[in-house]
Design a protein around this ligand. Structure first.
Ligand code: PLP
Length: 427
């Protein structure tokens, strides 16, 4: 980790060219890499030497971009994945196997909930979902002897709850397991979960990090702070020899700072192959170069929109953790004093019909199943992502029929408010 501030890390982290080398990160668009002798290559396969041999495992472009995100989060090692879904799956599956158990916040991204609740259960991994607002007693009661990790989102998509990272980290560590936090919505510009006791961070880089709707991607970062060997009985995958790598014990060979990501690359990326393409990693890096400039504007615009909506007589509620009076305002001030994210959700006095009319009349804000983009986008979940659900099922998912999710881009706030204003006039 460098000593530079986050703004400098966004621009220059991960890659320092030497004399006559390209100023921009080179796109190494090659599946494979050449060696002079079989012995040289053999050392790579044995993890005796580090180097590239096949892009499914590692690629130099990807590694430079992962190194930048690692630096931004303040971690010791990182890897890119093909999507945020792959990042969360790998982060958990790297330490929890069939017969194990994970404690997760209940307010998480729908895709992650499905991954945990349906798909990973089929793999024999059990999950207990707890409210992010639970007491420490309730949280501690969710642990079992076979619990291997705790999971939550810094700011939940789309519920916009804020995770009390210190509370979740305390409980995880009291039970000898790491806390994994999906930091997609806050980004390391607004929150660095490692500073609050989190052990592993994941990202859907598809969102603010890319920021331009150009490439789907993910990232996993290790803080290097979790002592696997001190809990060796819980983590045999890291603390006992790996037969598929000639008996290497990751936690011994690669230390506390390198074991998690090395195992995740050597086993999971090798076997599941959810690699990010080098071309997409290059595009992701272009996004990262301006992340620290875009995030404050996203937050500024979202706060202006939230304040406008809060005062509007046709609006029944506004949820935005950066808005004074929001249920999560105090936690947001603690963990993200410089801003939260650009996503605001709200509802209408006129219910579902009002929401539908409003959506029809927006001109600047585009209807998309996407968030965290430079361009403002919006969604009415009850008529899109959650349209199979009736009103009761929606309520159980924390979504009211009139809820609109509005992801403020980096346009001029006055134009966004004017667009909302003219659409509300039609309601
Ligand atoms: C979008 C999202 C994901 C999934 O990421 P993809 O890149 O779409 O696979 C995971 N977590 C959060 C918080 C997200 O917003």
């Amino acid at each position: 980790m460098s000593d530079y501030r986050i703004n400098t890390k966004c621009v220059q982290g991960g890659y320092t060219p030497g004399n006559g080398e390209p100023r921009q990160i080179p796109i190494i668009q090659s599946t494979t890499f050449k060696y002079a002798t079989s012995e040289d290559m053999g050392k790579l396969f044995d993890l005796e030497a580090s180097g590239y041999f096949y892009t499914r495992l590692q690629n130099p472009t990807n590694d430079m971009v992962a190194a930048k995100i690692c630096d931004m989060e303040g971690g010791t090692a990182a890897m890119l994945t093909s999507s945020g879904q792959a990042a969360n799956f790998y982060a958990i599956f790297n330490i929890a196997n069939c017969g194990d158990h994970v404690v997760s916040s209940s307010t998480i991204y729908g895709g992650t909930y499905n991954l945990f609740h349906v798909t990973m259960r089929k793999m024999g991994i059990d999950f207990t979902f707890v409210s992010p607002d639970c007491t420490e007693e309730e949280l501690n009661a969710a642990f079992r002897p076979n619990t291997k990790a705790v999971f939550g989102e810094t700011i939940a998509n789309p519920a916009l709850t804020v995770l009390d990272i210190e509370k979740f980290a305390r409980a995880a560590h009291a039970h000898g397991v790491p806390l994994v936090v999906d930091n997609t919505f806050a980004t390391p510009v607004n929150c660095r979960p490692f500073e609050w006791g989190c052990d592993i961070v994941t990202h859907s880089t598809t969102k603010y990090m890319d920021g331009h709707g150009a490439g789907v991607g993910g990232c996993i970062v290790d803080s290097g702070a979790f002592d696997w060997l001190a809990h060796a009985d819980k983590f045999p995958g890291l603390c006992t020899p790996d037969d598929s790598y000639h008996g290497i014990t990751y936690a011994e060979k690669f230390g506390q700072g390198g074991a998690f990501i090395t195992k995740c690359t050597a086993q999971l990326m090798r076997d599941f192959g959810s690699i990010q393409s080098p071309q997409n990693a290059f595009l992701l890096n272009l996004g990262l170069e301006s992340l620290h400039v875009r995030m404050p504007r996203h937050c500024e615009n979202a706060l202006a929109v939230a304040q406008y909506l809060k005062a509007h007589p046709k609006i029944s509620f506004v949820t935005y953790p950066g808005l004074e009076g929001d249920k999560y305002y105090d936690l947001a001030q603690k963990y993200m004093p410089n801003g939260t994210c650009g996503v605001v959700s709200f509802g209408f006095q006129g219910g579902r019909a009002a929401a539908e009319t409003f959506m029809k009349h927006l001109k600047l804000a585009a209807i998309e199943t996407h968030v965290a983009d430079a361009r403002t986008c919006t969604l009415h979940p009850a008529s899109a992502t959650h349209r199979q659900m009736n009103d009761e099922e929606l309520a159980a998912a924390g979504i009211t029929p009139d809820l609109v999710r509005f992801s403020c881009g980096i346009e001029d706030a006055a134009d966004l408010i004017a667009d909302i204003d003219q659409a509300l006039a039609q309601v």
